[in-house]
Unconditional design. Structure first.
Length: 168
């Protein structure tokens, strides 16, 4: 009987050690935000814990702890710690998102968007017209400037703008 109790105790200790070892392997791992924006909270529940930080697509997070469907993380860029839901993160670094002009150009050509096709599409040219004008020297400086400007605006810039204007 004593031998059996000892075996159970040994089994429980080994299992506990294994669980702790697996948890430690996850801690310190870098994960990434896969949504446009997400909230890091004080605790592992979206309804009762307030926001600690806001994170954006591609932001790096360092795992501190895992509890059910929630990850306790440290936000690399701000240094703040909190909890984020597992559905908002990815273990692989997300690919950079393409600009609106690149998307339009890719859709018009059926492939990757070029700056000529992008500016033609943004100028209001139909797909047929855009193909005819591709490679020609047009004066699309204003459209090109606006396209470059929109690529520099981050979701965080929009969020700050809305807060400052009292719209959020």
């Amino acid at each position: 009987m004593e031998r059996r109790a000892f075996n159970w105790l040994l089994l429980v200790l080994c299992f506990s050690f294994l669980v702790l070892a697996i948890d430690k392997l996850i801690a310190g791992e870098t994960i990434y935000v896969k949504e446009d924006k997400a909230t890091v909270r004080e605790g592992p529940d979206e309804t009762i814990y307030p926001r600690v930080d806001r994170v954006y697509y591609g932001d790096e997070l360092e795992v501190i702890e895992v509890k059910d469907d929630w990850y306790k993380v440290k936000v690399v860029k701000s240094g703040k710690s909190g909890w984020i839901y597992k559905g908002l993160i990815s273990k692989e670094k997300p690919k950079p998102k393409e600009s609106a002009g690149q998307t339009l150009g890719r859709l018009l050509r059926g492939g990757s968007g070029s700056s000529t096709t992008s500016t033609a599409a943004a100028s209001g040219l139909r797909p047929f017209d855009a193909k005819n004008y591709q490679g020609l020297k047009g004066d699309f400086k204003s459209v090109g400037y606006l396209e470059q400007l929109t690529q520099k605006i981050t979701p965080q810039d929009v969020d700050n703008f809305l807060k400052e204007g009292g719209l959020k």
